[in-house]
Design a protein around this ligand. Structure first.
Ligand SMILES: *Cc1c(COP(=O)(O)O)cnc(C)c1O
Length: 355
């Protein structure tokens, strides 16, 4: 494997005050870059000062959205060490996304080495205040300067990192969710299972409208029948109905979340039944009406677990679990964050120390 070249910045930035910084607005001093050229593969891995990248206006990513990304975090433990949470799962998923978008795969060890090298260079950027972390954004874009609709023959792989404050700075509280029955995020056969920018572009309109109406996220229904529950905002979703946890199956239009997968494993260990299956909106509303819907929460790297206190469907609202944080919701949050920040032991081997 090619050695990673390191060019250090001569003008290190001042670290922002981690309290109260908005998500994804500050970036560390360096970034990892690597190029793909057809016939040569992934070449020229390098760490350079964080800054603008130069692309032709005709670069394919701007026109046809051949792009994928990932999201994960580096956590500082109470002892001051830095660790990742299941990072190989992210790089494996990135390759699954790459397959769907006709982007060449990146050997997972290569991505991992780039990330670890970057984190070591920027280790002071991993904050240490409680519940803060360094958000990591790997992404790949198509760079051919061509307007023809084709698969690109050149790509740029980049990893940038951003210090983020506590997601629940004001304390965890249940959110209001709007069930979206007009716009859809993804369809089977489309790109819903891939982490690509295009899915997000399609989701913006409904998200904006829901926010205007006082909701914090949209709950997406499937793209064909608008009948089956899929995801909530950019998170997977779980419901506790009559003591059983149900979550939409990975049908092809649902993103296979690593937090989702981890929750399923933890719940299994606790002896709680988990069903991955289709869930109709009628079943959900009925369960909300008769009180058998005891808890609901979203799962994803940014929030880890996000309690849902109210759902609204066609202008009718339903309160879940008295609009309080459910017992299981809280327990999953505590177990996962305990492992991620190294506050508790990790019986699963999910933690990946970088030093
Ligand atoms: C990234 C993402 C998730 C959550 O995945 P995690 O691996 O748990 O962070 C869920 N849904 C969508 C649409 C996503 O992009």
């Amino acid at each position: 494997m090619e050695k990673i070249k390191i060019q250090l910045t001569t003008v290190p930035k001042e670290k922002p005050d981690i309290n109260g910084i908005a998500f994804g607005t500050h970036f560390s001093d360096h970034m990892f870059l690597m190029d793909y050229v057809e016939g040569q593969g992934w070449i020229n891995p390098r760490i350079v000062p964080y800054g603008p990248i130069s692309l032709e206006p005709s670069a394919m990513v701007f026109h046809y959205a051949q792009e994928i990304f990932e999201g994960m975090k580096a956590y500082r433990t109470p002892e001051g060490r830095i660790q990742l949470f299941r990072p190989m799962e992210n790089f494996r998923r990135m390759n699954n996304s790459a397959d769907r978008m006709c982007i060449p795969r990146i050997p997972e060890e290569l991505s991992m080495e780039g990330l670890v090298t970057l984190l070591k260079v920027d280790r002071d950027w991993v904050p240490s205040a409680p519940d803060t972390s360094l958000y990591i954004r790997p992404f790949v874009i198509a760079t051919d300067p061509h307007l023809g609709v084709h698969v690109s023959s050149t790509y740029l792989f980049a990893i940038i990192t951003s210090p983020v404050g506590s997601y629940y700075a004001g304390g965890m509280s249940p959110v209001r969710i709007k069930i979206e029955d007009r716009d859809v995020r993804a369809v089977r056969g489309g790109t819903g299972h891939a982490k690509c920018g295009g899915n997000y572009a399609a989701s913006l309109r409904a998200g904006e409208k829901a926010e205007e109406e006082g909701f914090s996220q949209v709950l997406w229904l499937d793209g064909v029948h608008r009948r089956y529950v899929e995801e909530v905002g950019s998170m997977n979703v779980m419901f506790k109905i009559n003591g059983t946890v149900v979550t939409p199956e990975l049908s092809g239009s649902v993103l296979p979340g690593i937090t989702r997968k981890s929750c399923i494993e933890i719940l299994g260990d606790k002896g709680i039944e988990v069903q991955e299956r289709p869930i109709t909106i009628d079943e959900l509303i009925e369960a909300a009406r008769d009180g058998s819907l005891q808890e609901a929460w979203g799962t994803g790297t940014a929030a880890v677990i996000s309690p849902i206190g109210e759902i609204s469907y066609r202008d009718e609202s339903y309160i879940i679990g008295g609009n309080r944080i459910g017992f299981l919701t809280r327990e999953l949050y505590d177990i996962l964050t305990g492992i991620q920040w190294g506050r508790t032991s990790d019986p699963y081997g999910w933690v990946y120390p970088i030093d």
